[in-house]
Design a binder for this molecule. Structure first.
Ligand code: URA
Length: 289
């Protein structure tokens, strides 16, 4: 144990390094200018206190590799063949944008929701969290135990992994928006049922319309199947650019799946690099999957 650094910081660094190792990043370069840890000055503390509404994505200069990936990403989006869900036509085909909608209105309309049976077991509605003007929205499945208690999405073990993934992209949670298909925890963390998804997902759709992100990342099959209205397995379209109501959508594995299958982290990191390319985020030197 190195006593120059607090144990919590050492643990955080160790977790971060294990994550980078899992996604195939093994080489690190020290920035010549950064010879010591930056002191916590009033100025740099103030620069961190940006209101989420005003949070821009970090400004970066794309490398040649990122530019190439951006060019590839700009190629026509694939529309996957839609297989009808058992319940019939797409939930979203006929959904019009609501004029003057806002996250606040959506939250107010949701209220203390009792529209589906999930309300019976929930502790807190987990609406969503992050930058209301984010260019990047992550959509998960539904709250788990920790999320249900805290009222925030992705704060448990899978959430910690998602946070690491976001930070590996050069972003922070407050730069992106994170939400779920269903806003209440399913009992025993079971997969949300069709009626629960169809009752709750119109609120998700409104959230996406209001935020108007450049990119939507579906975390896992439930989010992907819900937004794309397909019964195809996620492995058939994971990592491909798809279209959702005129926006770019990419589906990747759920962080909870990665906790069980760490070997898949490299695939997810490749998917996230495609997202970075579209958002003009630079893959830092030494970080290559
Ligand atoms: N899994 C999800 O899909 N969403 C959460 O918020 C947490 C875990």
């Amino acid at each position: 144990m190195d006593e120059r650094f607090p144990a919590a910081l050492q643990q955080m660094l160790s977790d971060r390094l294990s994550f980078y190792e899992d996604i195939g990043i093994r080489l690190f370069y020290r920035d010549r200018a950064a010879t010591s840890l930056a002191p916590s000055t009033a100025a740099n503390r103030a620069s961190l206190q940006v209101h989420p509404e005003e949070t821009p994505l970090p400004k970066t200069t794309p490398t040649a590799a990122v530019q190439k990936a951006a060019l590839m990403a700009a190629s026509p989006l694939r529309k996957i063949d839609i297989l009808p869900m058992p319940s019939g036509p797409s939930l979203f085909e006929s959904v019009e944008k609501i004029a003057d909608d806002s996250l606040l209105k959506i939250r107010t309309d949701l209220g203390e929701c009792t529209r589906c049976k999930l309300h019976k077991g929930r502790h807190t509605i987990v609406f969503g969290d992050g930058n209301p003007k984010a260019q990047l929205v992550f959509v998960g499945e539904g709250p788990g135990h920790d999320e249900d208690i805290q009222g925030l999405p992705f704060v448990g073990r899978a959430g910690k992994l998602l946070t690491q993934m976001i930070e590996a992209m050069g972003l922070q949670r407050k730069d992106v928006y994170i939400c779920n298909v269903v806003k209440c925890r399913p009992p025993e963390n079971r997969t949300p049922e069709e009626d629960e998804v169809s009752t709750c997902s119109p609120f998700l759709l409104r959230q996406i319309d209001v935020i108007a992100p450049k990119v939507i990342v579906c975390l896992g099959a439930v989010a992907a199947k819900t937004l794309l209205q397909t019964n195809r397995g996620i492995s058939q379209f994971r990592g491909e650019w798809l279209e959702f109501r005129g926006r770019k959508l990419l589906a990747t594995y759920h962080p909870a799946y990665l906790l069980r299958n760490p070997n898949a982290k490299g695939e997810v990191w490749k998917d996230l690099q495609k997202v970075m390319a579209v958002l003009g985020l630079q893959v830092k030197k030494g970080k290559s999957a």
